[in-house]
Design a protein around this ligand. Structure first.
Ligand SMILES: C[S@@+](CC[C@H](N)C(=O)[O-])C[C@H]1O[C@@H](n2cnc3c(N)ncnc32)[C@H](O)[C@@H]1O
Length: 244
């Protein structure tokens, strides 16, 4: 089945952060990630981009659309013994990272900063909005699919100009993922999550669609793109000569 890509506004993005339905939907996301195997997929993607020697040295990582930060806290718990010196910036337009999540990162020795800003404001003026101009790794999960057109190009252009490595884990636009998205109610997900899951698959990616939009100016990039797990679609990019 070939589904045309359609991007539509997701309900969660328009609810106030402390709306009970939004809180519940963010908790649902934890279960959705578990069903999708996101943490293991992202950990594998990061480790393919950042080899053991490089991981032992200081690393600056920026997550775009980080949400409540819990996905990366789980990842940090798995990686911290081999990735000991991480400075992490969690960017999201909603300020929703709980103190307990920040404490979890701190306990691992990861330095974390939360940046509550619209990603397109960052993309338009990266150095004016978020301190630090270069990132060893920019990462996203369930985020790029919110964008298309000029905003999508602006976002990818800013990321490519600011990092040496880029990783995205997005919904896969496939019949299987669409069927799965209609079943998230079985995980106990609320109406917001159920609707957004289906929208996310329609806005997701397949084939080499991310590669086709990745800007090549300013350095030669290597890329890898494809299916991951049953429901995800991943894209990795690294600059030629970047130590892995
Ligand atoms: C589906 S959630 C994913 C959160 C997290 N990456 C994860 O995988 O658990 C998408 C996130 O993108 C954020 N978001 C959507 N549009 C944004 C924008 N224009 N700028 C910054 N954040 C945005 C939302 O606030 C939300 O937290």
């Amino acid at each position: 089945m070939t589904l045309a890509r359609t991007v539509s506004a997701e309900t969660l993005d328009h609810l106030a952060p402390d709306d009970p339905a939004a809180r519940r939907s963010r908790r649902d996301l934890v279960r959705v990630h578990r069903a999708m195997g996101t943490r293991a997929i992202v950990a594998g993607g990061w480790q393919a981009l950042v080899g053991p020697a490089r991981a032992a040295a200081p690393l600056r990582i920026l997550e775009l659309g980080a949400g409540d930060g819990t996905l990366l806290l789980g990842l940090a718990r798995a990686l911290a013994p081999r990735w000991p010196q991480v400075q992490l910036c969690l960017l999201d337009r909603q300020d929703i990272v709980a103190p307990a999540t920040l404490a979890g990162f701190a306990a691992l020795g990861w330095q974390v900063r939360v940046q509550a800003i619209d990603v397109l404001a960052w993309a338009a003026r990266p150095e004016a909005t978020v301190p630090g101009t270069r990132w060893d790794l920019i990462t996203t999960s369930l985020f790029l699919h919110h964008f298309d057109g000029a905003a999508f190009e602006l976002l990818l252009g800013a990321a490519a100009a600011r990092c040496d490595r880029f990783f995205a884990c997005e919904p896969r636009r496939s019949g299987l993922a669409l069927a799965g998205s209609h079943l998230v109610g079985a995980l106990g997900a609320n109406a917001v999550t159920r609707e957004d899951a289906v929208r996310s698959v329609h806005a997701g990616f397949r084939g080499t669609e991310l590669d086709a939009h990745w800007p090549r100016a300013g350095g030669h990039w290597h890329t890898r793109e494809g299916a991951a797990g049953l429901f995800s679609h991943c894209f990795s990019a690294w600059r030629s000569g970047t130590p892995r």
